[in-house]
Ligand binder design. Sequence first.
Ligand SMILES: [Zn+2]
Length: 414
Amino acid sequence: MINFKKQVLETFTKYAQIESGSDFKSQSTPSTQTQVEFAKILKADLEKLGLQDIKLASTCHLTAKLPANVDGKYPVVGFLAHMDTYPEGTIGRQVKVCLHPNYKGGDLVINKELGVILKPELSPALKKCIGHDLITSAGDTLLGTDDKAGIAIIMEMLKYLIAHPEIKHGDIRIAFTPDEEIARGPDNFDVPAFGADFAYTLDGECGDGIAYENFNAATVNISVKGVLAHPGQAKGIMENPVRILADIISKWPENKLAETTEGRQGFLTFIDSKADFTTATASAMVRSFEETELHAMVKELEDIIADIRKKYPGSEIKADTTYTYKNMRPVIDKNPMAVKLAKEAFKECGLVSEGSPIRGGTDGARLTYMGLITPNLDAGYATPHGPFEWASLDQMSKIINALICLCEKITKLG
Ligand SMILES: [Zn+2]
């Protein structure tokens, strides 16, 4: 097992200091100019390494190829990580990377003065990292290991493979993508041009292994046009959208909400609502590992709305459903090679290989349905999107070993 801790810390620190937050409110592609600037730095680093076919698309997708160093036809593997960090937490501020060598267990003191102290109960992965060298921010920003840890891991894997031609590998494709945090990552990703047979996102949490099961997702948008009347003379006339919306929302069963479900249970949760005397709108997100359950929940909400329509016959109440992403598991079950190879490599390098289902989506889920099978791999970070974000250098080092092992395995398929 090669120790990559020093190198991966150095590479990560360099990238962490470059601002690259995405922006929910932006309509442009990519959502922020800082991502373009970051992509240019990554492009220069890939050029320095001597990669080929390096392309930075106008959509800010950066792709490159490390050509095979062995004859014969082997599957082309891709590795992806996202360049953006979570929108809030770094804008206009520089991330300072702090090293906590040899974590002894107990509270992880990130910033005593600011009271940023992480309790192991809030981040169960901590208990599995006793003796590890951990990194955090200075507690006044997020750290950005989501997903710059993924980028640093891929970069160190490339450097090692280039420096060690005795390790045989087929064609390897790399992609660094924008706007994952605002769910626009796979938009404009050119799967045929990428040319990989299967790929992996390096964007999982510490100890989470290989994840290849995620939610099916739908959004239901509700709109209400009520019947307006002067409140003083409204009896028998007014149909008040504020009340109609409240009726709909309150009828949804309490045991099927985000805050009352866990594990493999699905849910429907209202994420937005606006109402006045004339109109009202609301949206609900629906999530389930099973498509049948997802459709059943959408139907249940539609039935509630149908009942409410009878109560308010003069009003116009509409519900529009869009299905946004799907569980990749059924596709993986039919094409198990990517998961099988990763599991073997992770096991050999002493990493947890079996991942738990992701209660969310991943870029990989959408890519899988765009034709590129893409499970998600552990990238060594935990509690992202805020000042409690941390990562284990020991874990990241093991993951780099596992990726090298995985690339080698592909040349032994036959
Ligand atoms: Zn991420």
